[in-house]
Design a protein around this ligand. Sequence first.
Ligand code: MMA
Ligand code: CA
Length: 270
Amino acid sequence: MTWRIAIVLLCPLLLACDTAGQDERPADTEAEPAGSSTTDPAASTGEPEDDDAGSSGSTSGGSSSSGPGCTPLPWFPDLDDDGFGPDDAVVMTCDPPPDHVPSGGDCNDADPSVNITVDEVCDAVDNDCDGFVDEPAETNTSCGGCSLFEIESRGYAVCPEPSSWSEAQAHCETGFGGTLVVIDASAENTEVVALAGAKLPAIWIGLSDLRTEGAFVWADGTPLEFTNWNAGEPNDAAANEDCTQLAAATGYWNDLDCVTPLPYICEVAL
Ligand code: MMA
Ligand code: CA
């Protein structure tokens, strides 16, 4: 009794034990067939073949899709052959399924010109798969007649084409997924003044009381906290001024009738 208990306790430490031997031997004896079988997937994936059958048992022996020691990795289908696949189609397997690649980040797997390594350009497509369309980028400095800028992680489109407030707001939405600029603080007001520059003496910004007279609201729903009204404004002159212009010369705001064509600045999704 005592002897058998001692064997059981010591067994994990003794190479000579039958049970320990059985644990190891199948791995060794299967190393040969496993080595030959794992050569095929390696060859099919273009991975370097391990010609050393002696070492294949310890390393590539676990590379079968479901075997012990196999390390599942993410693979992405790549229908458009651009080397990237859609994130939501990821599969976790040890060997790549046919026509799968190791890289995700493709938001359009039917178009090889779209993936996370592509530069954004002005074409109404999210070329770089960052979730934004035609946003400011080194490769996208103007779009839809507007100059694009990124300042302190905010995107702006400076649009010189005189437009009504509503036309301007619509262009900011449809062209850039944004709104007429929402000015949160004095520092941003200064930035907007600089963006307008001398070329655009007055611009539309995203503030209006179109919905409820006297209740000015930002176009994106941001609560109105910072304001920079000129003295005596907003005065709703002729009871017909529901939109807000910014005068670049002073930085001050004035409410104005909404149909006067003015250049405008959009704050764009980024
Ligand atoms: C004046 C002043 C403003 C008003 C505009 C309309 C030039 O400024 O009354 O409040 O909006 O006129 O043109
Ligand atoms: Ca006014």
